[in-house]
Design a protein around this ligand. Sequence first.
Ligand SMILES: [Zn+2]
Length: 72
Amino acid sequence: MSASDITAFEPAMYYEVTARDNNPSCVNFEQVFTVEQFYSNAGTNCFVQCGKCRQHMEILTATLLDPQPEVS
Ligand SMILES: [Zn+2]
């Protein structure tokens, strides 16, 4: 199982996620971004969208935050 097979998120949880832009025409191509508080919502359709090209990045790692961040 490769890192790109990460598709399973538990619902309503926060993760630290790293993601890479695989769009060759984007200025962010092959750059890796970290999202320190990535919310999983329903646990499906969890995407990191590039702020430049609007494409979905490849999620490389997803680490469940422990403890979960306080949300008011
Ligand atoms: Zn991009």
